[in-house]
Ligand binder design. Structure first.
Ligand SMILES: NC(=O)c1ccc[n+]([C@@H]2O[C@H](COP(=O)([O-])OP(=O)(O)OC[C@H]3O[C@@H](n4cnc5c(N)ncnc54)[C@H](O)[C@@H]3O)[C@@H](O)[C@H]2O)c1
Length: 336
């Protein structure tokens, strides 16, 4: 299929591009590079051995989108482009509604106008909010606790309404849990700008000497070792999940939301020990107060993805840490 990846040079989009290209799909990318770098395109081309058409542009640019959709005979769009900092979404909500919700509306209108009606949307486990029960299944009440999560829920709702108004649409909203890890080549991975918000990129910067220690926000939660537990999922498993969702949207119409997680909760200390093993280094830690808004534990019920998409995460925590470390080593070599 001819597939447009919005935000395709970002962390999840770039890994997904490698899987789709390997499966023989024609991948086209649009990205405004607000949180990614052009060199990732070179890495993608060396991994895939293919030249991937790339447009440096914004999903809020309707004429550009229509041009790309028509010129490349796009059949399906995977919409990764979005801003993802929970903290920034609270201090600059309009930026998030404009980019994540406004950007999605412009994209959907351009697709409607060019008769492209297959869409996979990057949603998030944050749409669930405070757990009423665990693991979260897709029927769990939706009550995001922050602006970022609300932008994801709003887009999901717009897409659901759209699919009811026009039965030709085929839409899957993938609710990602906590993607970490990197491509096995070590050529692409997560490249955050500035001080990272998430645990794995933070650990990588501690190990590479850019940050002095890891802050552990709370070690007195009611969890197995007192630290927060999350459903970390290897980004290559997540990428495989998109390939499975693509097959699904090609054959079914309507709207679906599906969790992509492993169904396993790993603690901060689980991740730290696995990373210490990968890197053969000790990670200095400082325990701090709990952060407001952090949940003690959450993880996915991943059954729907298995039944509906035939997809299941295969890679374990050690392989997530080994691949992140391999990517980190590559970055350190390049910096020398
Ligand atoms: N990484 C996670 O933990 C996580 C979890 C749940 C959901 N998500 C969602 O998945 C998607 C991809 O996440 P990621 O981790 O790869 O993030 P990322 O920031 O690495 O990738 C997003 C890409 O989109 C681009 N972009 C942003 N706004 C754009 C716009 N208006 N026009 C064109 N390009 C734009 C950025 O430059 C970046 O390359 C996002 O929508 C994010 O909200 C991510």
């Amino acid at each position: 299929m001819n597939i447009l990846l919005t935000g395709g040079l970002g962390f999840i989009g770039s890994h997904t591009a490698t899987v789709l290209a390997a499966e023989g799909h024609e991948v086209v990318i649009i990205d405004n590079l607000c949180n990614s770098q052009r060199q990732t395109l070179d890495s993608l081309e060396s991994i895939t051995g293919k030249e991937l058409p790339f447009y440096e542009g914004d999903v809020r640019d309707a004429p550009l989108l229509k041009e790309i959709l028509q010129k490349h005979h796009i059949e399906c769009v995977i919409h990764f482009a979005g801003l993802k900092s929970v903290a920034e979404s609270g201090t600059d909500p309009l930026k998030y509604f404009d980019n994540n919700v406004g950007g999605s509306i412009v994209l959907i209108e351009a697709m409607q106008a060019t008769n492209v009606k297959k869409l996979i949307f990057s949603s998030s486990a944050t749409v669930y909010g405070e757990p009423q029960y665990l693991p979260y299944d897709e029927d769990h009440p939706l009550a995001p606790m922050n602006v970022y999560g609300r932008t994801k829920l709003q887009v999901e709702e717009i897409l659901q309404d759209l699919s009811k108004s026009d039965l030709d649409w085929s839409i899957v909203c993938l609710r990602y849990f906590n993607p970490i890890g990197a491509h096995e080549s070590g050529l692409i991975g997560e490249l955050p700008q500035g001080i990272p918000n998430n645990l794995m990129p933070y650990i990588c910067q501690v190990v590479s000497g850019k940050l002095p220690h890891l802050n552990v926000f709370g070690d007195d939660y009611d969890t197995k070792d007192g630290t927060g537990e999350r459903d970390y999922i290897h980004v290559m498993d997540l990428a495989d999940g998109h390939a499975a969702a693509l097959e699904f949207v090609d054959k079914h119409k309507g709207w679906e939301a599906v969790n992509l997680g492993t169904g396993i909760a790993y603690s901060v200390y689980d991740l730290v020990s696995a990373f210490e093993k990968s890197s053969n280094q000790t990670i200095p830690k400082v325990v701090k107060e709990r952060r407001i808004g952090d949940l003690p534990i959450y993880y996915a019920k991943a059954d729907k993805a298995l039944v509906m998409l035939g997809w299941k995460a295969k890679r374990d925590l050690q392989s997530m840490c080994d691949s992140s470390w391999k990517y980190q080593e590559q970055l350190l070599k390049l910096a020398k």
